[in-house]
Design a protein around this ligand. Sequence first.
Ligand code: HEM
Length: 486
Amino acid sequence: MTKLTTAAGAPVPDNQNTQSAGARGPLLLQDVWHLEKLAHFDREVIPERRMHAKGSGAFGTFTVTGDITRYSKATLFAEVGKTTPLFMRFSTVAGERGAADAERDIRGFAIKLYTEQGNWDIVGNNTPVFFMRDPLKFPDLNHAVKRDPKTNLRSAENNWDFWTLLPEALHQVTIVMSERGIPASYRHMHGFGSHTYSFINAANERFWVKFHFVCQQGIKNLSDAEAAELVGRDRETHQRDLFDSIENGAFPRWRFQVQIMPERDAATYHINPFDLTKVWPHRDYPLIDVGVLELNRNAENYFADVEQAAFAPANVVPGVSFSPDKMLQSRLFSYGDAQRYRLGVNHHQIPVNAPRCPVHSYHRDGAMRIDGNHGATIGYEPNSRGQWQQQPDFSEPPLAIDGAAAHWNHRVDEDYYSQPGALFRLMTPAQQQILMDNTARSLGGASRAVQERHIANCARADAAYGAGVAAALARGVAAATPNTVV
Ligand code: HEM
């Protein structure tokens, strides 16, 4: 039989009865086990992620199936057949840590690849675009989709008021309201890096790249009615599905594919390639096979690995880098900052976050430093001991930038309607009807002025889209369940 101890390792003689002065008497301060147990319990909750608070995760592998070394020198792509260990976390966005899984919402799709040259985090979603292209609006988005400050309820009015005032949001809104807006589980959806990133090859040439993760389980979605019924029975359907399938050996897989744009094309391509509200049509930049992601091991402890996982778009490796996308640039700051608050300055030492390669960073001290703190090693550079020198061989090629510093208004001369219009026209009539009915159910909780603003935005994308939403609202499809819709 294993024995119960205090956190200091001393035997606990009694875990059933507190120590008191007499059988009916008050408690004694010297009952240190009682004090320790409550004090630890009082601190068990850590802040939840500001967004993407509800999630599920698992470990797995990435295996190269296609040679892309002409685009990227990243060591994980070095040869076909090479495998790299990984951890992934999926999430919903707007709900809190205890939210139901089967909600209409974007899904997070975050991958941490433990490469020999550091961790590469791809912190994406199940959609190829996003609501906005200027990060100054990101906190507003979250305030609009989360709870109203007075009622503490999710508010269709706040939500749709904000979305409809951002014309660039229509592409993402169309996807979220479409039949793909409630994936049946995390296993039944695609993943996207969404932003444009860059690849750099051994000759130090830069390519712009988009990441796609193509679901091998087949796409499956829920209707609003199916989701409402399911949530009534089980709030944890995504967690249960992912955990059980891995436990039963049905390992979920995604094909990793990339779209590659030569660096010089960016200046002349008809779409701004750094605009997160737009996709690159596949006919312009076809998908190229890279490899397969497989999830094959559940975490032994949810809190240790899934809750404490910290993904950051800033974590890239040689051969992979950023782009001028303003949203991506902002995310390079926000994640590490959030994690220093949520988990502490040494969050990168938590096992799920720790690189599987040597770390020589000169960072020292800080709360919860648990790795020996680099012992007696000196803590400065340059130094005369040849220690931990910078690695200029990994410098990126210079990137030409032009233009004056200003608050540039990206809405001037921009087209925010042709891609959502094209998406609408790609749908079958039945899919269009589902989109328009889902929209009406969600939008039904907003005021008439906001509804009309959305109808007008949809009509700019396609007259039939605007008319269809208006008709669905008029038919009274709007008998909404506002708290289950983003
Ligand atoms: C989580 C900020 C846009 C995907 C988070 C977190 C922050 C954040 C602070 C919580 C991090 C943590 O506590 O560990 C931002 C900002 C954005 C932005 C400032 C825009 C300027 C995006 C976009 C995507 C995305 C465009 C997808 C393409 C995710 C995912 C998570 C997350 C998947 C959860 C990661 C996990 O599973 O731990 N975001 N975000 N975010 N974000 Fe963003």
